[in-house]
Design a protein around this ligand. Structure first.
Ligand SMILES: C[S@@+](CC[C@H](N)C(=O)[O-])C[C@H]1O[C@@H](n2cnc3c(N)ncnc32)[C@H](O)[C@@H]1O
Length: 264
């Protein structure tokens, strides 16, 4: 039996009041992922695990023909409501699992999967499927949260110190460096590189943002004058690009490998 919550929505994931560091992280993650597709009029793009559909819609607004594939009827229902209020070209929605995509080999110029790989019960099969449905010189773009980021390492070190030396409780009940209960995989740079390289020839690995979730960071950014906070998160963002292994989010771009195991 497949243990996936098909009724989930994003209310526990998407922060409501955005602080400058969250704003920077979510904007950059989205922009870099979408830009990497090369979406423009005439291109075909697949958004795997499209959720509430905001990325599919943004890609369609760039002129691409977009399909959002999503197993959760509830998420797709929210996506339909979300796009119904918006003008311009709309994506198509298809119900489908990432590891069994209902498309022929080479159907798309680009395929994205943003913020979802850690929810998949067979992520390697999902990457192989994304490689299969993307044409040989197209791109597959995978964006994942890095659970070995600087912020995760700092949070864990601080909690260890509090518990082992000061005999105090961890700072927060939900420790940001532990994968949430609805994640199957706790991603970091080596793992995504290893999983992706079985089906993709990796073109780039980019780090997005640095320090998000570090103890006290968000509160400090929210208290600073907006221009100072924006400058600080941008500077940290530049460091995240230099050290993707420490960044908050990793965006991997690869081209499909064609082999017996990636065709069917
Ligand atoms: C955190 S949301 C991300 C949605 C969207 N990509 C975004 O960036 O907002 C994760 C999504 O993965 C979907 N999902 C979970 N398991 C899946 C699977 N095996 N195949 C495809 N999608 C899956 C969930 O229904 C959910 O919509």
């Amino acid at each position: 039996m497949r243990v996936v919550d098909l009724d989930r929505d994003m209310s526990d994931v998407i922060p409501t009041g955005l602080t400058p560091d969250s704003e920077f992280l979510f904007d950059q993650m989205t922009q870099i992922t979408l830009d990497s597709t090369g979406a423009r009029p005439g291109t075909r793009v697949l958004d795997v695990a499209s959720g509430v559909g905001q990325d599919s819609l943004a890609l369609a607004a760039r002129g691409a023909s977009v399909i959002g594939a999503e197993p959760s009827q509830r998420m797709t229902g929210m996506a339909q409501l979300f796009v119904a209020e918006r003008e311009g070209p709309h994506p198509l929605w298809v119900r489908g699992w990432a590891d069994d995509l209902p498309f022929k080999e080479g159907s798309f110029d680009a395929c994205i999967c943003k913020g979802a790989m850690d929810h998949f019960d067979s992520p390697e099969r999902a990457i192989a499927e994304m490689a299969r449905v993307t044409r040989e010189d197209g791109v597959v773009v995978l964006a994942i949260a890095n659970f070995e980021s600087l912020a995760c390492r700092a949070g864990r070190a601080l909690d260890d110190f509090r518990q082992d030396v000061l005999r105090l409780k961890p700072l927060r009940e939900r420790r940001g460096y532990d994968a949430p209960s609805d994640h199957f995989t706790r991603y970091e740079i080596d793992l995504i590189r290893e999983q992706a390289s079985a089906s993709l020839r990796i073109q780039s690995i980019e780090g997005v943002s640095l320090g998000w979730g570090m103890p006290g960071w968000s509160k400090t950014m929210a208290r600073l004058p907006k221009n100072v906070a924006d400058g600080a998160v941008r500077t940290m963002g530049r460091l995240g690009r230099l050290w993707p292994q420490l960044s908050d989010v990793i965006v991997l771009v690869g081209k499909p490998r064609r082999s017996a195991s990636t065709s069917r």
